[in-house]
Every structure is written in structure tokens, then in C-alpha cells.
Design a protein around this ligand. Structure first.
Ligand code: NDP
Length: 422
């Protein structure tokens, strides 16, 4: 259902036909109104940095956070946001106090975060972490906004449904994740029927060269030391387990309507090439850049034009060597499980994500070893497949329901997985 053609990637008209975005009103307007869902996080921070650099070009409509009132209020004041939402309803009084004397409206709870997505902004950054990001992003999609999608759970939990809603509303999904943004740029070099495969690169994370026994026992501190990228805690742990790459494989499949066999993963420790696309004539198009999330976000923010990005200029002579390795599905079983769940379909990727979120939270809380993260995901997936509850996902509630069932099951399986040695 996704058309891959120059100038038309992921963009649909009312009759579902691809429309060149350069004709689009929102893209053409001089001052673009912007909402940032998850403004206080790592992606939010990079986005605000880009907005800060061009105050004449962007106006902030809404900003959201989970519980970080002070950071949210500070941003609201700096950018004169029209509306801010805090997901933790118990922090509303603090937020109101922090915004006293300003004209910024505020709200609290899940509904307020969804309202932020629904408010009239041309461009929305969807960067809430986890499955909680689905409904607010859908609110932006449903009104046909340009949605820069960082929150991978929207696609992993509800990919088919999310993309169908985007097509129906004429929303434009711009991939903000660096690998998908790279594919998005490289895909414009050919047509869908000329595509052979996409290649998603992976740094390999901090445990790339570690022995299985050492990975099993890795500490939280070790898992949080990503060699190349500075990111939020959850995604950094997912990078160490390569679950993040698994989530990205699933994300790419839904975003670009690719079969699992059309997606390859390649370990590339320098994180300079972010993604490649191979076409039928064996040409391989790659996107390169310093590992800095402000580059793909700047691409989304400026699209269909290009704006000035603040990342360091790429100096390949200084870097000297770009190296590549095949991924190791044995030492990093989370990657294998992602392909398995994609092939199973019908909610399995939602289960994969939910079980991983439970496992990562348990690892952070010191309840399970690092190696048990993938074991818990596998056990939850096995249980769910045995239960025979698979079915099509036709609404956000279907996805959220499967997510809840999987979380409960993962939590129930947690004690026995915690006891089990590798
Ligand atoms: P962070 O943990 O740094 O930030 C998450 C943001 O979401 C914060 O603003 C947080 O608010 C808010 N938030 C958390 N939980 C909720 C909730 N239940 N309801 C509403 N808001 C909530 O995450 P990242 O910025 O690292 O990642 C955001 C998303 O982008 C994730 O899906 C991640 O996988 C994806 N991504 C991130 C990349 C990166 O480089 N960081 C790269 C590619 C994708 P508060 O500050 O109050 O807690």
C-alpha cells in the first residue's frame, strides 16, 4: 500500500494516490506550526534544538512530557507554546504554578497528551517513548498532519492499521529514526518494482564483541554505554540487546510495505552509513552522516526542502575505515525473534514489543539478568502463539489490548525466567 517513488514516498491523496508533497499547502507555508510529543526526552531535546536555531521559521503549538514539569514549563516559556500537556495527572497543579503569568494553556493525563496531537500544527514530532505514544500520534495522523515518527512502537504495535489511517487521512509519515530516514532518502532513487532489498545498519552496541556468558551477566551501567549514539535509557538498552534493531526491522516492514525477506541487517560499528537500498541493476544507494539524531530530524523538519543541520561535518578521511560484519543471531536472539514475529504477523510484533518493555523495566529494576531480556520475550511470544489469539488489528484498542495481554503474560512469566540460567 505504500508507494515508493521520488517525491511521493509515504504521501497519499484522498483517493490514496501518491501526491508530490511540493504541492502541499503545509509544506509551502512560510511559518510552520510545530508540536513536539515527548518534548523533554532525547529526541525532543534534539528537535527543540533545531527549532531554537530558526525562530522565524517555526511556531510551537503544543509540547508534552510525562512527568518532568520543570523542563516542560521551561520549554513552554522559551518557545511561547500555546498548549502543554503532562501525562502524569498528579502534576497538573505543579505545571499550572510553573506556567503562572504566561498565556500557555495546559492539561494533564492521557487525554491531554492526545489533545496535543490533535491540535492544529502542520508538523508533529512523535517522540513519546513506548506504546503510550500511539494514541497521541494517531491524533496527529487523523487530521492529516506531517508526522515525523521517532516513536517506533506506533508501527511495531499497530503498523498496518497506523499506515492505513495515515493513508486515509492523507497524513505524511516522515521517518525520524536514523536508519529509516536513510532508507527514505535512498528509496527515492528508484521505483518499488526495482527494489531488491533494504539494508539497515547496526552499530552492534556495547556488547558487539562480547562472549555470550559476559553478555548474560552485563550490568545496567555497561548496557548504558553506547559506543556511538547518545539516546534515552530504554533505547540504549535495546541497542545493547539488539532488540532495537529488531524493532527497526519491524518498523521498516510496515513503513515501506516490505516483506521480511526484503530486509537485511548489517553490523557497521562506525554508524556512518545509516541505511542502504539495493535496486534491480545492483546499484546500492546509501545515506551517510555523523551519528547525530539532529540530521534525520532536520531532514524531516525541512522536508521536502533541506534546512541547515548542526551535526559535525562528515570527515571520512579522518574516520579512515568503514567496517561491516554479519549480525550474530545466536548472541543476540532478540534480532532473530523480531524476524520471527514479523513472519508470524497478526499481533506478534505487538507482543514482541510489550514483552521487551516489561523485560527492560525488570532489568533496570535489577530483577532479571541482561541475558534474560530475550528469554522473556521468547517465552511470551511462544505462550501467545500457543494460545491461538492471533487476529487482525483493526483499531488502536485492538493493539492496546494485545499490548496489555502480552504485558500481563510477560509479568507473570518474569519470576520463572529470572530464576532460569541461560
Ligand atoms: P526519552 O526517554 O528520552 O524521552 C521520552 C519522552 O516521552 C519524554 O518527553 C517523556 O517525558 C515522554 N513520556 C514518557 N512516557 C510517557 C507517557 N507514558 N506518556 C506521555 N509521555 C511520556 O526517549 P527518546 O527520546 O530516546 O525516544 C523517544 C522515542 O523515539 C522512542 O520510541 C525511541 O525508540 C525513539 N527513538 C529514539 C532515538 C534516540 O536517539 N533517542 C532514535 C530513534 C528512535 P518525561 O521527560 O517527563 O519522562
Amino acid at each position: 500500500m505504500v508507494c515508493i517513488a521520488p517525491e511521493a514516498v509515504l504521501w497519499f491523496g484522498e483517493d490514496m494516490s501518491p501526491v508530490p508533497l511540493r504541492n502541499n499547502k503545509a509544506a509551502a507555508s512560510a511559518v510552520r506550526s510545530v508540536t513536539v510529543l515527548g518534548a523533554t526526552g532525547s529526541i525532543g531535546d534534539s528537535t527543540m534544538d533545531l527549532l531554537r536555531a530558526s525562530p522565524d521559521r517555526y511556531r510551537v503549538e503544543a509540547l508534552t512530557a510525562n512527568s518532568n514539569v520543570q523542563a516542560l514549563a521551561k520549554l513552554a516559556k522559551e518557545f511561547s507554546a500555546r498548549f502543554v500537556a503532562i501525562a502524569d495527572a498528579s502534576r497538573l497543579a505543579d505545571l499550572k504554578a510553573a506556567l503562572a503569568g504566561t498565556s500557555t494553556e495546559c492539561g494533564a493525563g492521557e487525554s491531554a497528551v492526545i489533545e496535543a496531537g490533535a491540535r492544529p500544527a502542520d508538523w508533529v514530532m512523535a517522540a513519546v517513548s513506548g506504546a503510550a505514544g500511539l494514541k497521541p500520534a494517531l491524533a496527529a495522523v487523523d487530521r492529516g498532519a506531517h508526522v515525523a515518527l521517532a516513536n517506533k512502537e506506533c508501527l511495531v504495535c499497530a503498523g498496518d492499521f497506523f499506515m492505513q489511517r495515515a493513508a486515509k487521512a492523507g497524513a505524511c509519515i516522515l521517518p525520524a529514526d536514523s536508519e529509516h530516514n536513510a532508507l527514505f532518502q535512498a528509496l527515492a532513487s528508484g521505483n518499488r518494482d526495482e527494489l531488491v532489498r533494504v539494508i539497515i545498519t547496526a552499530s552492534g552496541g556495547p556488547f558487539r564483541t562480547w562472549k555470550p556468558a559476559d553478555i548474560e551477566q552485563a550490568t545496567l551501567e555497561q548496557a548504558l554505554k553506547h559506543p556511538n549514539w547518545s539516546m534515552g535509557q530504554k533505547i540504549t538498552i535495546d541497542s545493547a540487546s539488539m532488540m532495537n534493531k529488531g524493532l527497526e526491522v519491524i518498523e521498516a516492514s510496515y513503513l515501506f510495505a516490505l516483506a521480511p525477506d526484503e530486509i537485511d541487517v548489517l553490523v557497521h560499528p562506525q554508524s556512518i552509513i545509516h541505511g542502504m537500498v539495493e535496486f534491480s541493476d545492483r546499484s546500492v544507494m546509501a545515506q551517510l552522516g555523523s551519528p547525530d539524531m539532529r540530521t534525520p530530524i532536520a531532514h524531516c523538519l525541512g522536508w521536502p526542502d533541506r534546512i541547515k543541520g548542526p551535526a559535525a561535518k562528515l570527515d571520512l578521511a579522518k574516520i579512515g575505515q568503514l567496517t561491516f560484519e554479519a549480525p550474530d543471531f545466536e548472541r543476540f536472539p532478540g534480532l532473530r525473534l523480531a524476524f520471527d514475529s514479523l513472519r508470524t504477523g497478526k499481533g506478534a510484533t505487538t507482543v514482541y514489543n510489550a514483552a521487551n518493555e516489561v523485560a527492560v523495566a525488570a532489568f533496570i529494576a535489577g530483577k532479571i539478568r541482561f541475558g534474560a531480556i530475550a528469554r522473556l520475550v521468547e517465552a511470551t511470544l511462544d505462550d501467545w502463539i500457543r494460545g491461538g489469539n492471533q487476529g487482525p488489528m483493526t483499531s488502536a484498542d485492538d493493539a492496546i489490548n494485545v499490548d496489555h495481554v502480552a504485558r500481563n503474560k510477560a509479568a507473570a512469566l518474569l519470576p520463572q525466567i529470572a530464576l532460569k540460567a541461560s
